[in-house]
Design a protein around this ligand. Sequence first.
Ligand code: SF4
Length: 455
Amino acid sequence: MLDFTPPSSVERVALRINPCKTCQPVGAMYAALGVHGCMPLSHGSQGCASYHRTVLSRHFKEPAIAVSSSFTEGASVFGGGSNIKTGVKNVFDIYKPDIIAVHTTCLSETIGDDVRSFIQEMTVPDGKHVVHANTPSYVGSHVTGYYNMMCGFINYLSASTGQSNGRVAVFPGWMNPGDLRELRSLLESLSLDFVMFPDQSGVMDSPLLGHYDMYPDGGTTIPEIVSLGDCRTALGLGDVISTEPCRALERKCKVPHRVLPYPIGVENTDDFVMEAASLSGIGSIPPCVERERGQLIDIMVDSHQNYAGKTAAVFGDPDTVLGLMSFVLELGMTPIYSVTGTPSEKFEAEAEKLLKKHGAEGCRAKSNADLFELHQWIKRERVDVLIGTTYGKQIAKAEDIPFVRAGFPVLDRYVHSYMPIVGYKGAMRLVEMIANALMEYRDRTCADEDLEIVM
Ligand code: SF4
C-alpha cells in the first residue's frame, strides 16, 4: 500500500501526510471521561462528536459517552449560544450527569463563541457543574486538548481552603486504564496518600455485568478535584502533557509541583518510585517493589542478546515516545528515528538530551512531524523494529519491519488498554513485545538450517 513512498523528502510547512496525531477535542473528551459522573459535550456539529467518540471507542473497545450541541446552518452563522444552553438543560434532564465538560471544536472556535459567558448565563441545577475548555483543532493535538481540559476542571473547580489536606495531587497524563491501575498500585505500595486526576480506570475498562451503567464507578470525583487546591504538592507525569495543569493548580491555589517523565523503563520508573517514596516518607522501598524491579532487570539480562546493535523507530505522543526512547536505549538499542505529531519544542530538546546522555549518535527526533516523513527516513535507512500506534502498520507491512504496538491509538488489537507499559511490570511487558517481535521476524526470515528451537 505504501510501497511507492519516495525515499527523498522535501521540507513541508502547510501539509501533513499520514498525521501522527488527532484533534484537540479527542483529548478533551478522554480527560473528561476520567471524571466520575461526567458527560463530555462537544460544542459544534454532530460529525465532530461522532468522530471523537469513534476514535476513543475503537481504541478502548468501550462506549465513549458524549453529547453534542448539534450545530446546523443557523448556529454556524449566528453562533451556538442557544444550542449549548438548550443542550446543557436537556443533558441534565435526560442523562443526569453530575457535571458536563464542554469542549469547543474548529467550527465554534472559528465563529468565536464565548463559551464562558454562555455558561455564566445558563441555569445549572443545584449541586451540578458545567466546566469548559477551548480546544481549537487547528493548533496542537489531542495531547493539547487533554491538558486544556484538565486546566478547565482545575480553573472552574479546584479551590484552596488555606488548610493543607496532606495529600499529593498526581497528574498521570494520557494513559490507558491498565497504566493507571499500575501507577495506583505502585503508589499504594509506597504508602502515598494521593488524588489521581484524571483517572479513566473503571470507566474505559469497565466490566460486562449484564447491565449498562452510563457512569461507572471509576473516575476522579468532583470533591476530589475541588480538593486538589488543598494538596501539599502536585506530581505531574510527562513534561509535555502535565506541565500546564501543574502550573494552573499552582497559579490558582499555590500548590507547588514537580514534573517527571512518564515512568516507562527502568530509570524513569526508579525516579517515579523514589519521588513517591520521598513524598510519602516511607523510608525504604517495600520488598514487593524491589522484587518487581529485580525481575525486570533479570528479564532484560536474559534477553539482552536480541538487542545489541539493533535500531528502532519510535512514534506517537511526545511523552510516550520519550519514555519508549529511554527504555529502548536501556535495552541497548538505538532509537534512530523518534517522531511525534504534536508540535513541541520541549519534545525535541528532551529527546536530544536523552540521546546525548546515552551517547547515541546519528539519531533524528522531530515534533510536528508525520508518518510519511518517518517512512521516507526508513526508506533511506531501515530500522530493525518499529514501535508506535496502529498507524505504523502500513509502514511495517511495506518495509517488512517487526512492529510493536504501543501508545494511542491502537485500533487493531485487543486487551492492550488493560495492560500497562508503565512501571516495572509495564517494562516487562515491553520487553516481551519487543523481544518477541524481533524473534518472530528472525524465525520467519532465517534459513531452515538456522531455525532455532531454543532462543
Ligand atoms: S472539524 Fe475540527 S474538531 Fe471537528 S473533527 Fe475535524 S479537526 Fe476535530
